[in-house]
Design a protein around this ligand. Structure first.
Ligand code: TLP
Length: 351
């Protein structure tokens, strides 16, 4: 039985083209700035985000943390959404290693922060207060179900933050999903942010790596923090080679993942015992819930046996993520298996 793994797009493997590029990669010592493949990837990423420079980081988590270190001083306060990946899933690194407090504001169902809330949360100058120095956004928004922030919204909150003297960092782990969903170039979504961290190892299927993109000065500062965190890699062209193939070949196909996510959502909505936990499915993430009489643990056990993997965390809705390793027929097969598991659970409850 073939396992259909919908836990995350991070489970994707490098494509044959990536493996070939890794094999042939020209390398050098990147701490000396001498890895031509890393340099090329960083230039490509910067160009795609409309920024002057970029820095290859080991992960999205590292890229976000480096952005915090770059734009803040110890003791500052940063504003993040209460559903932000940076707040939930990055081990509190901003606080532990950056020495900043995270002021959370409610994310709405689209992953937005209310501009008035932001305005109110920014601290005045007062001897009692920490300095508010950074606003963090997320696009697409993971915990809000792969929702997208539009260009207009992003520009509006960037202008507000800049007017009040803050920098803006965008967690753009899935920024290309947002761009494809909106039909705009990715750089339109990043024009006014000071930095953006994009991931190669999610929907783009590369094995490792993210890129922090920003101004030349900020990336120079960021490079030093990457070294401090132990992220100064040597012949990293091995990683970057796959990243170049990812940027060249895997962006335009993301629409297929979005179509498969909609197909999955439509199918799930038709299964008795399941309801969708979001109104629409803009990208590749589908959140869904079980009727209260069905047990989440038994559902997960049933799925495991049936060879379907989905995500479940913190008592939240289930999460299914589409990616290039699942086809539309895999989605149909997953739906058949999920339906069977649900039917069995319902029967057990009725007995
Ligand atoms: N998200 C992972 C898990 O950590 C939850 C996933 O499976 O979705 N920003 C966003 C919006 C992310 O979704 C992730 C990964 C990251 C940052 C961190 O990236 P990595 O895993 O490369 O550190």
């Amino acid at each position: 039985m073939e396992i259909i793994d919908l836990r995350s797009d991070t489970i994707t493997h490098p494509t044959p083209g990536m493996r070939q590029a890794i094999f042939e990669a020209e390398v050098g010592d990147d701490v000396y700035g001498e890895d031509a493949t890393v340099n090329r990837l960083e230039m490509m990423a910067a160009a795609s985000m409309g920024k002057e420079a970029a820095l290859l980081t080991t992960s999205g988590t590292q890229g976000n943390l480096i952005a915090v270190l770059t734009y803040t001083n110890h003791g500052d306060e940063i504003i993040v959404g209460d559903e932000a990946h940076m707040f939930w899933y990055e081990v509190g690194g901003a606080a532990a290693l950056g020495g900043v407090t995270m002021r959370t504001l409610p994310n709405d169902s689209c992953g937005r922060l209310n501009p008035d809330d932001i305005d109110r949360a920014i601290r005045d100058k007062d001897i009692h207060y920490p300095e508010t120095t950074l606003l963090c956004l997320e696009n697409t928004h993971n915990r809000c179900g792969g929702t997208v922030l539009t260009t207009d919204y992003t520009n509006e909150v960037c202008n507000l933050a800049h007017r009040r003297g803050l920098k803006v960092h965008l967690d753009g782990a899935r920024i290309f999903n947002a761009a494809i969903a909106l039909g705009v170039p990715a750089c339109a979504l990043t024009e006014n942010v000071d930095s953006v961290s994009l991931c190669l190892s999610k929907g783009l299927s590369a094995p490792v790596g993210s890129l922090l993109c920003g101004s030349k000065d900020s990336i120079e500062r960021a490079r030093k923090f990457r070294k401090m965190l132990g992220g100064g890699m040597r012949q990293a062209g091995i990683i970057a080679a796959a990243g170049i193939v990812a940027l060249e070949t895997m962006v335009d196909r993301l629409g297929e993942d979005h179509a498969n996510a909609r197909r999955l959502a439509q199918g799930l909505a038709g299964i008795k015992g399941i309801t969708l936990a979001q109104d629409n499915i803009p990208t590749n993430i589908v959140m869904f819930k079980l009727s209260p009489e069905l047990s989440a643990r038994e559902f997960m056990e049933g799925l495991e046996k049936a060879g379907v993997k989905v995500g479940l965390r913190d008592g939240r809705p289930f999460r299914a993520v589409t990616h290039c390793m699942v086809s539309s027929s895999d989605i149909d097969e997953a739906l058949t298996r999920i339906e069977t598991v649900c039917r069995r659970l319902r029967r057990r409850v009725q007995k």
